[in-house]
Structure formats: C-alpha cells, structure tokens
Design a protein around this ligand. Structure first.
Ligand code: KDG
Length: 312
C-alpha cells in the first residue's frame, strides 16, 4: 500500500431533515459510513491511490458493513482486526441545514482498544504516506500511543506523515487535545487543519497567523482549509491562496477528510503541491453537495472534469 490510514471507522446514521429543529419525532436516518480516517482512505482510493486501513472493528453487522465498503472501494483491509463480541462505533448526524451535529456511540468500541502493537511496522515502513488525526488520538490513551508510535516509525523510515487535527471537543478535554494534537503536528510532514480548529488550537484569529503558527511547529507543508473561502497553503516558504470551488452545500461532513485523501493521492502521483491542493479543494467541495460522509466523495474523473486544465 502507498498510503496507510490509522483510526476509527463508524457507521453513520444521517438525518433526512424534516423540519427546522435538530431531531424531530418523524425524522428518518439514512445508513452511511463515517470515521474521518476511513473517509480519508476512501477519498484517496477514489482519486486513484492504493490505500490501506489500520483499525479494529467488531464482528457485528456494522463491522461487516464497513468491511464490505472497503472491499468495494479497493481499500486494503489486511490490517483490520475483527474483535469477537466487539461493538463497532456509530454516530448520528442530526444536521440542521448544512451544519453537522454528531452524537457518538463509540465508548469501548474495538477501535478504542487500538494500541501500539496494532501498528504494522513493516507496512508503515513500506508505505509512502501515513495518515492519522486528532480523532485517532482522542478515542483512548492506547490509541493515542498507537498514533505516536506509528508516527515515530514512519519518521525513522522516511515515510511521509500527514496529520489532520480534526478537533472534536466532545471527545476529550481541551488542554489535552491541544497538547496531543500540537505534538502530532510537530511530528508530521503535512498538517491539514481547518480554520475553526486552527483558531482554537493556536489562539490566533487571522488565517495567516493561524497558518504561521502551524508552520512554526515544523511541518514542511501546511494547508489551512477554510471551506467556502478556499484554503491557504504554506510550502517551501511560500504561501499560496487556493481558490474555493463554489457549490450548493448540503452536508459538509467528511469534506476535510476528502481534501486530505485527494491531496495525498495527487501528491504521491507526482502532482505539484499547489496543483494537488487545487484538486483537493474541488474534491472537498463536491463532497458537500450530497448527504453523508462517504457517498458523495467524488472519483478522480469528476474532479478532473471540473479542473479543466489544472484550475477550477
Ligand atoms: O470528518 C467527518 C467525521 O467527523 C465523521 O465521519 C465522524 O469520524 C467521525 C468523528 O469522529 O467525528
């Protein structure tokens, strides 16, 4: 595998909004797939990369559904452990309008038992890029350790590390989140924060100041994702503004993960860093045009059709 992602997959129950408020008595929920690192792996695969996943799931129906997803998408499952009796985590997205609202049922999930010994050292050394996130490290102390262990292995082997803070305040206390995530940023080559979490993590407000605060931690490449405002890319001492691709947004869930996966896929096929970011911005925008984290993730041809010669 060229790309290896480590983290927690979740089954998704996505509200079909019937009215104005959060959950209504007559709402129905559509089954889908989520989990930031799983979304990332699917996005990378749909952009043509050879991606594999490291996680733990239960031997329940939800785990089986996720396995079928990865098999359909061509995401490698060699390092997916199935726990007998384990209950795979789920979340409800009772979004209002185009804003995600997650309710998790993931405590004591198999993925929360990820530990350093689950990290396949040879696969990390053999991969070209390792991806993990703040969520990977939030779900339990042993998963946090697994994340640091994987990053150390990758750094020693010369495997690129990409890290998305994906700050989820519901999952851990703010101070611990900041300390762990900013250490993750120091250990990575490519940091992929969004503006909201970037502000919370750095205490800065202005996007350029947020970007600089991440750059100072050491990653060679930082992309600050700003949704409908596009993105700011810092690479080799140059800051490039990545234009947004305007769309009618339905559900932003998974847009950041799609950016990350599409970006990784393009970087590894030799696309320049700014062009890879332009491609990723279009992929991320497209994924907001439908409900659910995974279903609307675009394939490479759909993104390239819009890029038309390299620019949206
Ligand atoms: O980035 C999208 C994810 O947040 C969503 O799929 C659910 O993984 C999830 C999480 O932990 O919030």
């Amino acid at each position: 595998m060229d790309i290896l992602a480590v983290g927690e997959p979740l089954l998704e129950f996505n509200a079909r909004i019937s009215g104005a408020g959060p959950v209504q008595g007559d709402d129905t929920f559509t089954l889908g797939y989520g989990g930031d690192t799983s979304n990332f792996a699917v996005a990378a695969a749909r952009s043509g990369a050879r991606a594999g996943y490291v996680t733990r799931i239960g031997d329940d129906d939800f785990g089986s559904a996720l396995l079928r997803l990865w098999e359909r998408e061509g995401v490698g499952t060699e390092h997916v452990v199935r726990e007998a009796g384990g209950r795979t985590g789920i979340y409800f997205n009772s979004r209002t309008g185009s804003e995600s609202r997650f309710t998790y049922f993931r405590a004591h999930s198999p993925a929360s038992r990820l530990a350093p010994q689950d990290i396949p050292a040879d696969a990390v050394r053999g991969a070209r890029l390792l991806h993990l996130t703040g969520i990977t490290q939030a779900i339990s102390p042993s998963a946090c350790d697994a994340g640091f262990h994987a990053m150390e292995l990758a750094r020693r082997a010369g495997t690129l590390v990409s890290y998305d803070p994906n700050l989820r305040p519901a999952l851990w206390p703010a101070e611990r989140a900041r300390a762990v995530i900013m250490r993750g940023v120091e250990l990575c080559d490519i940091a992929l924060p969004n503006l909201t979490e970037g502000r919370a993590l750095t205490g800065e407000d202005d996007p350029k100041a947020v970007l600089d605060a991440f750059v100072r931690r050491g990653p060679a490449t930082v992309v600050l994702k700003m949704g409908a405002e596009g993105a700011l890319l810092a690479h080799e001492g140059t800051v490039t503004r990545i234009a947004p691709h305007p769309v009618r947004q339905v559900d932003p869930t998974g847009a950041g993960d799609t950016f990350d996966g599409a970006f990784a896929a393009r970087l590894l096929d030799g696309t320049s860093v700014p062009e890879a970011a332009r491609y990723a911005a279009v992929a991320a925008a497209l994924t907001t045009t439908g409900p659910g984290a995974v279903t609307p993730i675009p394939h490479r041809d759909a993104v390239e059709a819009l890029l038309d010669g390299g620019r949206p």
